[in-house]
Design a protein around this ligand. Structure first.
Ligand code: SUD
Ligand code: ADP
Length: 301
């Protein structure tokens, strides 16, 4: 019998608010963050096989490992070990999320692989069990499973769903080179040792703005403590951020650890206009438009 493949789609994210606290004894930083899942996604297809193999196509394939360090492979192995299953399968990843772009592409693949493997094996486990395995794979993986808009605390893995009304429209400027997440956290630590860069306050006003559905109210509240560190490592991003505002975006922010810049726009049409101007200005590798919030990892019927 020919094995039946199963495809799971998982979204990119942007941090609308990213407050970075102190370094914990385990090396992670204490976070208060508001995630939003966006309509830019990876598709992960699992096909039962007699070996665990990986095949990657699409955005940034050159930089995605096809060995057991790939987060989707690690997800399948972690779940197989926990529930006594055979991890052998073919994993096909169609990437739409920029690699090392601060948009949780690897986490999306891990979340998709977890949900896919649990579905293929018919595991009767709850979301809590899946969340527990997800958090061992990366701080952002639980959010990639859940999607929508959520407040994240701890190292980002403890989630509380947040209310969001309507649809927010984004233009994303993808950079030529990626940024390493640990390097950006280290750069923030260095900047904080050398001075006292401003810190994000409480996310309460931002959460109220997201609930109102009004992008004009949300725009001035977008904040990211990692932005100063990302700009310090890639100073050219300042130009990208300026160009997006000049093109008519309501606000621009580095997405998570960067270097993708995310621009909040007043409408879907504005997002396309901002993208066209940014592409013409030569300040980024390429542009995408996206909207949010969208659901987390979902089996594609
Ligand atoms: C910065 C954020 C914002 O959402 O995402 P990206 O922008 O990279 O997608 C996350 O904190 C990244 O989450 P994720 O990419 O899952 O990171 P992990 O694999 O858990 O950790 C990678 C490394 O980042 C640093 N790290 C991560 C999370 C955290 N709360 N404190 C940290 O200091 C640590 O150096 C850790 O070893
Ligand atoms: N399935 C995967 N997709 C993308 N990157 C992966 C994957 N598995 C491992 N990685 C590695 O994880 C690192 C972080 O990539 P990614 O998750 O795309 O970015 P970010 O952490 O900035 O959101 C990259 O250096 C990449 O080589």
């Amino acid at each position: 019998m020919v094995p039946t493949p199963l495809t799971v789609r998982a979204p990119a994210k942007v941090n609308l608010h990213l407050g970075v606290g102190e370094v914990r004894p385990d090396g992670f930083h204490e976070l208060v963050t508001v995630f939003q899942a966006l309509s830019l996604h990876d598709d992960v297809t699992l096909t039962p096989s007699d070996a665990l193999t990986l095949h990657v196509t699409g955005e940034g394939v050159r930089d995605v490992p096809t060995d057991p360090t790939n987060l989707a492979a690690r997800a399948v192995v972690a779940l197989a070990e926990r529930y006594g299953r055979d991890p052998n399968m073919r994993i096909d990843i169609a990437k739409g999320i920029p690699v090392a772009g601060g948009m949780a592409g690897g986490s999306a693949d891990a979340a998709a692989a977890l949900l896919g493997a649990a579905t293929l094996w018919g595991l009767e486990i709850g979301r809590d069990d899946l969340d527990e395995v997800a958090a061992t794979l990366g701080s952002d993986v639980p959010f990639s499973l859940h999607g929508h808009t959520a407040l994240g605390t701890g190292r980002g893995e403890r989630l509380i769903p947040a209310l969001a009304r309507g649809e927010f429209h984004w233009t994303l400027a993808l950079a030529r080179e990626g940024l390493s997440t640990p390097a950006v956290y280290r750069e923030l630590d260095r900047l904080r040792e050398a001075g006292d860069p401003p810190r994000a306050g409480s996310p309460d006003a931002l959460l109220a703005a997201v609930a109102s559905g009004d992008p004009h109210r949300l725009a001035p509240l977008l904040t990211n403590d990692l932005q100063a560190a990302a700009l310090s490592l890639q100073p050219g991003l300042r130009r990208t951020l300026r160009a997006g505002i000049e093109a008519g975006a309501l606000a621009g922010i580095v997405s998570g650890s960067g270097p993708t810049c995310a621009f909040l726009c007043a409408s879907a049409d504005d997002a396309v206009d901002v993208g066209t101007e940014l592409a013409g200005a030569g300040v980024c590798r390429t542009v995408r438009v996206a909207s949010g919030p969208v659901p987390g990892a979902t089996v594609v019927p």
